[in-house]
Ligand binder design. Sequence first.
Ligand SMILES: C[S@@+](CC[C@H](N)C(=O)[O-])C[C@H]1O[C@@H](n2cnc3c(N)ncnc32)[C@H](O)[C@@H]1O
Ligand code: SF4
Length: 444
Amino acid sequence: MDLIKKYDKPGPRYTSYPAYPHWQNGPLQEEWLHELAHHKDLRADLYIHIPYCQSLCTYCGCTRTISRNLDKGMDYTSYLLKEWQLYREALPNLSIQSLHLGGGTPTFLRPEYLKVLFEAISPLLSEDFSGAVEVDPRVTSERHIETLVEFGIGRFSLGIQDFDPHVQKAVNRTQPPKLVATTVDYIRSCGGSGINFDLIYGLPLQTQDSIHKTIQEVKKMRPDTIALYGYAHVPWRSKAQKSLERFHIPHGEEKRALYELSKKLLEEAGYFELGLDHFALKNSSLYQAYQKGEMKRNFMGYTKEVAPVTLGLGSSAISNTENSFIQNEKELEDYQKVLDKGHLPLSSGHRLTERDQKASQVIQSIMCKGEVDLQDYLELLCEKETLNHMGKLEEMERDGILELKDTELKVTAKGRPFMRNICMVFDEYLNQKSESKARFSRTI
Ligand SMILES: C[S@@+](CC[C@H](N)C(=O)[O-])C[C@H]1O[C@@H](n2cnc3c(N)ncnc32)[C@H](O)[C@@H]1O
Ligand code: SF4
């Protein structure tokens, strides 16, 4: 309880380091294309962002646009194709190792638009490519599923969040278990290779009892992996979350107890906790990658492989290499305007310094393996900085959340809830005064 009080403070989720609000001095279009064209290995993970959703879930912190007009999907697809064409022309050696459709809601696009998109991308897919899609069961038809599987999209991540009708009503997302079960069955019957459920703990009106019921339903459908996200309350960014403040929103110790209960029930059902807030069955490929120490983390969460380059298509999508991050225009109109002029719709980015890269490796290792050898990183620091870092880490060791042996750091079982806090020790941007404007969700 005391540790939760001490460490429950705002901090990044570290899907990238530096965290997005700390990016500065990103590459311009010519520099970005030059970097890609001269990259020694142009195998890429392709991320395609579909920003549209048909209705608003009030807890949502994603970049999305609400519309019930499905025709908008056709126009949007034509912009994705323009952007794809710009990359194809500039990068003759490009090959795509994996494709991830995210959002918003990718199945906002009618199956025929998805088909047009896949046909354009297919010629550059590598032989062993893998595909994943985020689907909202409420708007995903059998034809969607057939089209996705036909084009090699095998892994389906379903937005569930919670099965309790009261919680669902409070967050404006009514989604009966039966509807989800039908979607899961159809994906499996079509040959989908993996199912993930997104759940959230810490939503308004959630109780130990409601979590119990939700996990009971989850167990019946037995997804291969589960992302159990802590509800990120960021109303300064996602205004609709303000409307949830009229309900009781669990936080601190109460919120953590919801996670611990979910974890206990999932472990009893044969799931294994890995990384931060993720669970997997032992026969899943993610668990096997974790066991081999090969699990990675990127903007989409945990994954078994990461290509040297990520290309992001669509509004707000993020691309990166080992040296740079760059995000597309976030607003749909701006994204389209820049493409209309024949340019890549790039906006803010970041060039990683050598120190960023080393800190990023440390943070990746903590988030994916729960341990890291700090030697390389510490060599870059001056004496004062080393003393400062070690002082913070030794205090965490006294709190029992990590163990230090020479330069080796290991997160303890007690320290798992505080993984983000441990990573924050290595985040030099958090301590810079000029960055005080950056706001993050709380770590617990
Ligand atoms: C793009 S959505 C998934 C696909 C689809 N739009 C859906 O909702 O079914 C990505 C996931 O982010 C998670 N998410 C969204 N807002 C969140 C928040 N404020 N805190 C924690 N997780 C959140 C949800 O679990 C959601 O399923
Ligand atoms: S949770 Fe998914 S469906 Fe709901 S608003 Fe966010 S992106 Fe759209």
